[in-house]
Design a binder for this molecule. Structure first.
Ligand SMILES: N[C@@H](CCC(=O)N[C@@H](CS)C(=O)NCC(=O)O)C(=O)O
Length: 234
């Protein structure tokens, strides 16, 4: 049985990490049986110091992109197998946009923006004893700030970061249009990955300008609701 090592539910999401949601939804959409193993302690065993990773028949695979490639190689490619090369190229380009750009906007919103940070701090660190409850989130936020600065996104103003996120959301919204799925017929990995990132902005009960911007695209909201109803019924 495939074991998916995750953080665990938070903010109305099955996981705070869009990368974990990607793999979870991929496994469901591909009809593969798996066991989700939640817990922040999973970080200790993570081969690359990040979640998610999976263990399958003794194979340890880290990083959502490598995990999906592994699953396709091992169990077939029911989601993208029928796509022509041109559409696969679109999947790749959008995927990298979300992984390398949208993701950091989401991180900035949750970890730096005061509209989200107090709730995030409480969710992740509220269970720690005092004074760790105060010191650990301060150190963690400092580390995230540094990562954002090194990435480059953290050098922009809040307005510029919001604008960057909106452009990604608009591209996804324009491409989805009024279709049920990004390529019409059924979920491909583009739907899986888009749900992970757009859902990560739309679903949590945050009212930051970025979350509201995501909710201002009615077709993306409907898309998230459709996926939730079909793959994550309450
Ligand atoms: N490229 C990785 C990114 C995974 C990732 O950034 N995971 C974050 C959570 S969203 C993490 O584990 N961060 C912990 C840390 O950096 O210490 C993937 O696609 O799986």
């Amino acid at each position: 049985m495939i074991k998916l090592y995750a953080f665990g539910p938070a903010f109305g999401l099955i996981d705070p990490s869009p990368f974990v949601i990607k793999v979870d939804f991929y496994l469901r959409a591909a009809g593969l049986e798996f066991l989700r193993v939640p817990g922040f302690q999973n970080m200790r065993g993570a081969p690359k110091g990040k979640l998610p990773y999976i263990i399958d028949n003794g194979a340890v695979v880290a990083d959502s992109a490598f995990i999906v490639s592994y699953l396709k190689a091992e169990y077939g490619d029911p989601l993208d197998g029928g796509l022509p090369a041109e559409q696969k190229a679109v999947v790749h380009a959008f995927t990298k946009m979300m992984d390398e750009n949208t993701y950091w906007c989401l991180v900035h919103d949750r970890w730096i923006n005061n509209a989200c940070w107090p709730a995030v701090r409480k969710e992740f660190f509220g269970g720690l004893p005092w004074p760790l409850r105060v010191l650990v989130p301060m150190a963690a936020q400092r580390r995230v700030k540094k990562s954002l600065y090194i990435h480059g996104l953290g050098r922009h103003s809040d307005d510029e970061i919001l604008d960057i996120a909106k452009r990604d959301l608009k591209a996804l919204s324009d491409y989805l249009g009024d279709k049920e799925w990004f390529f019409g017929k059924g979920p491909t990995t583009l739907d899986v990955f888009a749900f992970a990132f757009v859902g990560g902005l739309v679903i949590p009960p945050f009212h930051s300008r970025m979350a509201e911007a995501a909710r201002s695209f009615p077709n993306l909201v409907r898309f998230v609701e459709r996926v939730k109803a079909k793959y994550y019924p309450a």
